[in-house]
Design a protein around this ligand. Structure first.
Ligand SMILES: C[S@@+](CC[C@H](N)C(=O)[O-])C[C@H]1O[C@@H](n2cnc3c(N)ncnc32)[C@H](O)[C@@H]1O
Length: 210
């Protein structure tokens, strides 16, 4: 197979792609890129999180690939698109992954206020979710103190995209840039995110905090 993912995950992603839920690059490259999230975290000293949210998982990336790297973790694939979530729920059931992978349909701005999820998750990963301020505001509320937000960055990504004072509003520490094949930033949740975040659906994008 070459890229180190199981036939199951490769098959699911191929279906996902056929439905138009994945970007245009080859599956192998997308799987490789998804594995980079785990490598970026490991580079920051986090090896086996117990709970992970894939923020805006879409067709299942990077969450499905990470579910293989972290088989003991509870992985939640979260997305606002009903169609994508229905697809993900079906394949997770079909391929017998439901013991540790689940799907949560809804907007992150709403789900971030759910009592059972708020301040409860070790790692939030995000690939192509939105601009830094939106990703940070939607991701931070889920994280436990000491948790980590890992976001893939464009190749020309620079640390200024994640200003320290801006992310501190959400209880996040400064962004560490990590290159593991691709570019990533890792931010630690230094203190729990203040209760007022995330703001109402659409507001993080309309009035970004930084
Ligand atoms: C560009 S896609 C990326 C999907 C996947 N992570 C990938 O890299 O292939 C962004 C996804 O985030 C979801 N999304 C965007 N904003 C969201 C929000 N506020 N709450 C929940 N899902 C959201 C969209 O429905 C979409 O599936």
């Amino acid at each position: 197979m070459g890229h180190g993912s199981s036939a199951h995950v490769t098959e699911i992603l191929a279906r996902s792609r056929a439905l138009g839920f994945l970007g245009p690059t080859t599956l192998d490259l997308q799987i490789e890129h998804a594995r980079g999230f785990a490598a970026a975290l490991a580079a920051q000293g986090v090896d086996s999180p117990a709970s992970v949210i894939d923020l805006g998982s879409g067709g299942g990336l990077p969450g499905l690939v990470l579910s293989e790297i972290w088989p003991e973790a509870r992985i939640i694939l979260m997305d606002g698109s009903v169609r994508r979530c229905e697809f993900l729920s079906e394949v997770i059931e079909e391929f017998g992954l439901s013991e540790h992978v689940s799907v949560l349909a809804g907007r992150a701005e709403d789900l971030g206020h759910r009592e059972d999820l708020r301040g409860a998750i070790d790692v939030v990963v995000a690939r192509s979710f939105g601009p830094p301020a939106v990703t940070a505001e939607c991701g931070a509320p889920f994280l436990v103190e000491g948790g980590a937000l890992v976001v893939s960055e464009p190749p020309e990504g620079r640390a200024e995209r994640w200003p320290a004072e801006g992310v501190a509003t959400l209880g996040l520490g400064p962004a560490a840039s990590v290159v593991e094949g691709s570019h990533f930033v890792v931010l630690r949740q230094a203190a729990l995110c203040p209760e007022r975040y995330p703001r109402r659906v659409g507001v993080p994008a309309k009035r970004p905090i930084f």
